[in-house]
Design a protein around this ligand. Structure first.
Ligand code: GLU
Length: 295
C-alpha cells in the first residue's frame, strides 16, 4: 500500500522543540518510505487557538525545510464531515446523550465513565454525545513502543465525541480526518499513545481501516517534565537554526553526518531521510540539565 503520513499540530501556539521532534520524525519516516507527508491544522478548539499561530506554524515548517504535500487541511472547515460520522454512529445505535457534569464525574475519582446516561438515545442539544464503547480488548503494535493493549470499556469507558457546548472532540476529528486524508501511518508524540486504542475503537465502529502507529519519545526537561507551552518551551526560531534540527534528529536516535557535510537545514533533512531508521528511536529523549533549546 502506498504510504501517506501527516503532521497535525494544534495552533495553540508556535511550534517548539518538542513539536519539531514530531514534525521531523513524521517527515523523515514518510519521505524515507517514498510516501506523501500531509499537513493538518487541528484548529477545532477555537477557544484554545492562539490568533496567528496557524500561520506562524506554516512559516516555521517552511523555514526548517519541512515541505508538505498538497493543501493544508483545516479542521475548522470539517464540521459537516464530523456531523456525518456522528449521524452514522447514531443510526447504528453507537452513541448516547450525556448530561453528567465534569464535577460529578471527577467526584467518582476513577477516570472511567460509569455508563450513567447510556439509556439516553434521543438527541438533545444540552448534552454531550458519547460513544457506547463495546467490551473487548483493543490491541495494536506500535513501531517504537511495541505491542499495546487496552480494554477501552474498562480503562476509559464511553468517551466524548461532541461536547455539550457543541465542540467536536479530538478523537472524532482525528479519526474522521486520518481516514479522509488516506493516512496509512500515524507518527506523533508519545503523549498520544494512550489515545490510540480509543481511536481504533472508533475506526472500527465507523468501518474505517486503521493506520499503523509510530509514537515518538517526548522531549522532556532534565527533571522529566514534558517540554510544552505550559513549561515555557521557546518557539522555534525563524530563520531556522540548523543546530536545532540536528539536535532533533539526534534525540530521535538517528545517525548524523558531521556538520561540515550537512550544514544547511535542507542538507541535514535530506541526510535525515536517507539515514532514517525507526529502530534507532529511543523511548525517551531527555534534555541534559541546563541544556538550552536555542543552540
Ligand atoms: N493535534 C495534536 C497535537 O498537537 C496531535 C494529534 C495527532 O497527531 O493525532 O498534540
Amino acid at each position: 500500500m502506498h504510504y501517506t503520513g501527516r503532521f497535525a499540530p494544534s495552533p495553540t501556539g508556535p511550534l517548539h522543540f518538542g513539536s519539531l521532534l514530531a514534525a521531523v520524525g513524521s517527515y523523515c519516516d514518510a519521505r524515507a518510505a517514498g510516501g506523501r507527508w500531509l499537513l493538518r491544522m487541528e484548529d477545532i478548539d477555537a477557544p484554545r487557538a492562539m490568533p496567528g499561530a496557524s500561520d506562524q506554524i506554516l512559516r516555521q515548517l517552511e523555514a526548517y525545510g519541512l515541505a508538505w504535500d498538497g493543501p493544508v487541511l483545516y479542521q475548522s472547515t470539517r464540521g459537516d464531515e464530523y456531523l456525518a460520522a456522528l449521524e452514522q454512529l447514531q443510526a447504528q445505535g453507537d452513541v448516547f446523550w450525556c448530561r453528567c457534569s465534569r464535577t460529578e464525574l471527577a467526584r467518582l475519582g476513577t477516570g472511567v465513565y460509569p455508563g450513567t446516561c447510556r439509556a439516553f438515545t434521543t438527541p438533545r442539544s444540552d448534552a454531550a454525545i458519547r460513544l457506547r464503547v463495546p467490551e473487548g480488548i483493543t490491541s495494536f503494535k506500535d513501531v517504537v513502543f511495541g505491542p499495546q493493549e487496552e480494554s477501552v470499556a474498562r480503562q476509559t469507558g464511553d468517551f466524548v465525541l461532541r461536547r455539550r457546548d457543541g465542540l467536536f472532540s479530538y478523537q472524532l476529528a482525528v479519526v474522521v480526518d486520518d481516514a479522509a486524508q488516506g493516512v496509512t501511518r500515524v507518527v506523533r508524540g508519545a503523549d498520544l499513545l494512550d489515545n490510540t486504542a480509543r481511536q481504533i475503537v472508533l475506526q472500527q465502529r465507523l468501518g474505517l481501516a486503521s493506520p499503523t502507529y509510530l509514537h515518538l519519545p517526548l522531549a522532556v526537561h532534565a527533571d522529566g517534565s514534558k517540554l510544552s507551552k505550559q513549561t515555557h518551551a521557546a518557539p522555534l526560531p525563524v530563520p531556522a537554526s540548523p543546530g536545532l534540527l540536528r539536535q532533533a534528529l539526534q534525540r530521535l536516535g538517528q545517525t548524523l553526518l558531521p556538520p561540515e557535510e550537512a550544514a544547511s537545514c535542507a542538507d541535514i533533512l535530506s541526510a535525515g531521510v536517507a539515514n532514517w531508521d525507526p529502530r534507532r528511536v529511543r523511548v525517551e529523549a531527555r534534555m541534559a540539565p541546563g541544556e538550552t533549546q536555542s543552540s
